[in-house]
Design a protein around this ligand. Structure first.
Ligand code: SF4
Ligand code: SF4
Ligand code: SF4
Length: 249
């Protein structure tokens, strides 16, 4: 029986999430289970759909990329956004807080007139996405879990617990009093990677649905953070997240 055809697409980004996929200890096992017909960082072939599943890394920043994601959606039974860029637009959405033309001129100077770009956004802004694998970069173990679930015909439930939950389950000492930690706001799934090594969570997985941002901001202010610093914290990976909009202007 033919193996399910799987494609990995890369839009505008640093390709770090693809690197994580390549780095998974179970990569050879995955190759045994599926036929990878597109994987820009690893193979030259670029086959067309239909695909059983497409994994899309990177944000949408050009009109062509809007067409690309629509085509991917049309050709894929499952479409999975991987990484902060594909789920929320990632770090470059910080430019969405200034006018588009101004952002282009800052980067390209007098050549900005030749640039055709749009505000960076996640894939879900344009097409329906079946599952979001969060993180910058993604957690490779979560990626493997999602692939295996899809192969069983199951779309995993999107988690909506805070990083704090995983942090507590690991028995970590809470860092909040010493460092501003975004764990209470951010979606779990990374295994509380940063607090487990003594570093505050800086929010790379984006906010959980019911994140209590008002409370977080109040606590941050008590710790001496000003409005600009709070804006920079919240907007670092997910300027497009509705939960943060009130504080991002
Ligand atoms: S989410 Fe982070 S690691 Fe992944 S492609 Fe975007 S910038 Fe790179
Ligand atoms: S260290 Fe951060 S993630 Fe861990 S419990 Fe405290 S606030 Fe939550
Ligand atoms: S602890 Fe926070 S910043 Fe670190 S990997 Fe997890 S979500 Fe990302």
């Amino acid at each position: 029986m033919a193996k399910p055809r799987v494609a990995i697409y890369s839009l505008t980004c640093c390709a770090g999430c693809q690197l994580e996929v390549l780095d998974t200890e179970e990569f050879l096992e995955i190759v045994g289970l599926v036929d990878i017909v597109r994987f820009p960082i690893a193979i030259a072939k670029k086959e067309e759909g239909p695909f059983y599943a497409s994994f899309v890394e990177g944000m949408v920043t050009t009109p062509q990329e809007i067409e690309t994601v629509k085509q991917i959606r049309k050709n894929s039974k499952f479409l999975i956004a991987i990484g902060a860029c594909a789920t929320y637009g990632g770090v470059p959405t910080i430019r969405n807080t200034i006018p588009q033309r101004k952002a282009e001129e800052i980067v390209y100077g007098k050549n900005a007139g030749h640039i055709v770009s749009i505000k960076p956004a996640g894939v879900g802004e344009y097409v329906e996405v079946d599952y979001l694998v969060h993180g910058c970069p993604i957690n490779k173990h979560e990626f493997v879990r999602v692939v295996k679930a899809l192969l069983a015909g199951i779309v995993p439930l999107q988690k909506d617990e805070a990083v704090c939950t995983e942090c507590k389950m690991k028995g970590n000492k809470c860092l909040f009093k010493e460092q501003i930690c975004m764990g209470p706001l951010i979606q779990s799934g990374c295994g509380a990677t940063c607090p487990s090594v003594g570093l505050a969570c800086y929010g790379c997985r984006g906010p959980k649905e019911d994140a209590n941002v008002d409370e977080f901001v109040m606590l941050a202010k008590k710790q001496g953070y000003n409005d600009e610093e709070i804006k920079n914290l919240l907007g670092r990976f997910a300027c497009t997240a509705k939960q943060f909009r009130k504080y991002l202007g």
